[in-house]
Design a protein around this ligand. Structure first.
Ligand SMILES: Nc1ncnc2c1ncn2[C@@H]1O[C@H](COP(=O)(O)OP(=O)(O)OP(=O)(O)O)[C@@H](O)[C@H]1O
Ligand SMILES: [Mg+2]
Length: 335
């Protein structure tokens, strides 16, 4: 399995190099992103906080024919009413008290590039109407202006709320929703792609080693097991912060479970009595093996390649954990 994605040369390679796939789900999402990036369709990225929506929005932009033009992020959560209009459409000198000079809004700044509407669910209803109007023909006037300005902008939005739920509550316009989400992309939480965790851990350690110019510690396998087990409600952001924390405070060459911050270990206070790490490993590995066999439609060689182990090791683990392959049997529905 490919853990990295190879991007073409471009101005802002860092975000592309930093993005870790680490699992099949993300590799599939990245294949969609690569296609979507080529066309000027509006994309709505949905997923919990910290799942990488902003990174992916930048990647779509950098993969698109608009890559040489600006990527302008707007946080819809902190703006409302006139402030939102001002931020997006700008104003003319003298448009209101304090408008001492002309100001270009985000729509104009993003001309020929991409406008990223972050936390779009927070957009107040009144502003949703203005916004929908602009998305129809990409023409608007600056506040206090009388000249129609036409822009060529691609819109990517992101939300960590269920927009359909917001529509039902009357907080989000259905017409705007369909306008924004021509292509919906859902980023699963980290707990639903646990097999990406070990790769991310080593990636972040390498990153901090370079950043802080300090040799990185080695994490004991039991530490990795705990990381794979933990649910990471803050997703990749929380994992990255944890790695930075460990990196900064570590004085030992090897980090053992006891060296982890007590508030992190606290999450395991009940289950540590009932589940030993061998059990945890068995559960995690059994799940991954069944998933791989399912995806490979029963082809053991293909499954072992997906798992990054030899067919012999796969056979050994199937026997050791008493995995009943016959139960997933000859019928493999399309993954
Ligand atoms: N796949 C990934 N590989 C490497 N780093 C990642 C990945 N996903 C997220 N990150 C890191 O996690 C942090 C959060 O990512 P990002 O800001 O893109 O998330 P988000 O979904 O926009 O979160 P929020 O909803 O809170 O704004 C960033 O520091 C980013 O570098
Ligand atoms: Mg974000």
């Amino acid at each position: 399995m490919k853990t990295r994605y190879t991007f073409p040369e471009c101005a802002e390679r860092s975000v592309l190099d930093e993005f870790i796939l680490g699992c099949d789900i993300m590799a599939e999402i990245m294949a969609v992103i690569r296609q979507v990036a080529l066309y000027d369709v509006n994309v709505l990225l949905a997923g919990e906080s910290g799942t990488g929506k902003e990174m992916l929005a930048k990647i779509i932009h950098l993969q698109s024919p608009r890559a040489e033009h600006p990527f302008i992020p707007v946080n819809c959560g902190i703006l409302s009413g006139m402030m939102f209009e001002d931020k997006l459409f700008g104003h003319e000198k003298g448009a209101f008290t304090g408008a001492v000079e002309q100001k270009i809004g985000c729509f104009e700044s993003a001309h020929r590039g991409t406008l990223f509407l972050d936390e779009v669910a927070e957009l107040p209803l009144d502003n949703q109407i203005d916004f929908l109007r602009v998305l129809e023909d990409f023409r608007f006037m600056r506040i206090g202006g009388n000249e129609m300005i036409e822009v060529d902008v691609r819109v990517i939005s992101a939300t960590n709320k269920d927009l359909k739920g917001e529509i039902k509550k009357g907080l989000f316009r259905e017409d705007l929703f369909y306008r924004l989400q021509v292509i919906p992309i859902y980023l699963p939480p980290l707990r639903d792609r646990r097999n990406a965790i070990p790769g991310m851990v080593s990636h972040f350690l390498n990153q901090f080693e370079a950043l802080y110019n300090k040799p990185k510690p080695v994490l004991h396998p039991e530490v990795i097991d705990l990381f794979v087990r933990y649910d990471w409600p803050g997703n990749v952001r929380e994992l990255k912060n944890m790695m930075e924390r460990i990196f900064i405070i570590s004085t030992n060459k090897t980090i053992h479970v006891d060296d982890l911050p007590p508030d992190f270990l606290w999450h395991f206070r009940e289950s540590t009595e009932t589940m030993d790490l061998a059990e945890v490993r068995k559960k995690a590995e059994t799940g991954a093996i069944l998933e791989a066999l399912h995806r490979a439609r029963g082809d053991r060689e293909k499954a072992s390649r997906m798992l990054g182990i030899s067919p012999r090791t796969l056979r050994h683990k199937v026997q050791k954990y008493d995995i009943r392959i016959d139960r997933i049997g000859g019928t493999f529905p399309d993954p």
